[in-house]
Write a protein that binds this ligand. Structure first.
Ligand SMILES: *[C@@H]1O[C@H](CO)[C@@H](O)[C@H](O)[C@H]1NC(C)=O
Ligand SMILES: *[C@@H]1O[C@H](CO)[C@@H](O)[C@H](O)[C@H]1NC(C)=O
Ligand SMILES: *[C@@H]1O[C@H](CO)[C@@H](O)[C@H](O)[C@H]1NC(C)=O
Ligand SMILES: [Cu+2]
Length: 233
């Protein structure tokens, strides 16, 4: 009888151990990543525009080639007039010259502009030009690439390493979608010239990207732009 009573008295402890009772305080649940992500902290109305010249100066480059763009930023690529068509085709860090499944693709273009909308600035976006031989000579670009590790420089070096072994990618025109950025409209006739043509930014991007960033909703942004342009004057 005494033994039975002891066994009964242990029951709550056993139950507690098995079902982890009492439950943890609700505080950790409120600060979970899911709850943090759902918090309406990020302004949805960021109206930033970034312009990138495709094949700037007749070279097989994107200019700038490495930019930072927050969620909601519209990144517009300008394809110049000229005999050589280029493309903006999403790829991956691991395979610079291979289209990413469900990635965006402008298709080979001339005299057009093409815009993507950044939807996840926490994910680097890698892209290349699918015109034969262009990627293997380093015609690649990145958005929100990290400063260390998988950097833009390492991405471009990987493309150049592929070099003449680049596999020719068939052009099937515009593909909507994208990972980390969305393309919703096919390339359209150019309606505004890219200001980056005269910015003198370096081909590899870097600090030059600041000069082509227009924060349209903020006068501070314009001041920053003017300051950036002054640096190149
Ligand atoms: C860009 O995408 C965001 C959602 O990710 C949306 O709220 C915004 O309206 C889009 N901007 C344009 C110009 O389509
Ligand atoms: C941008 O959007 C992505 C996807 O919703 C989110 O994971 C990320 O935290 C957002 N970035 C910022 C700075 O809010
Ligand atoms: C590319 O841009 C990122 C910011 O998005 C910056 O941190 C990085 O240093 C740049 N890399 C190169 C090689 O310019
Ligand atoms: Cu090209």
């Amino acid at each position: 009888m005494f033994k039975f009573a002891v066994t009964l008295s242990l029951l709550p402890l056993l139950v507690a151990g098995q079902y982890n009772y009492p439950p943890p305080a609700p505080a950790p649940a409120q600060s979970s990543p899911a709850a943090a992500a759902a918090a309406p902290s990020a302004p949805a109305s960021s109206s930033t525009q970034v312009n990138i010249d495709v094949g700037a100066g007749g070279n097989f480059i994107f200019k700038p080639a490495n930019v930072t763009a927050a969620n909601g930023t519209l990144v517009t690529f300008f394809f110049p007039d000229g005999a050589i068509p280029h493309s903006v085709t999403q790829s991956s860090f691991a395979d610079p010259c291979t289209p990413l499944a469900s990635g965006f693709d402008s298709g080979l273009q001339n005299s057009k502009q093409f815009t993507i909308n950044i939807t996840n600035d926490a994910t680097p976006i890698w892209f290349f030009c699918k015109a034969p031989t262009h990627c293997g000579t380093g015609m690649v670009g990145s958005i929100n690439a990290p400063a260390t590790g998988n950097t833009f420089d390492n991405f471009q070096a990987a493309a150049v390493k592929i070099g003449a072994n680049e596999v020719t990618i068939q052009d099937s025109g515009f593909a909507s979608g994208g990972v980390g950025a969305l393309a919703t409209a096919s390339p359209a006739a150019t309606v505004s010239a890219s200001p980056s043509t005269s910015s003198g930014s370096s081909p590899s991007g870097g600090s030059g990207s600041d000069a082509t960033t227009l924060v349209v909703s903020s006068s501070m942004g314009l001041v920053a732009l003017l300051a950036g342009l002054t640096l190149f004057a």
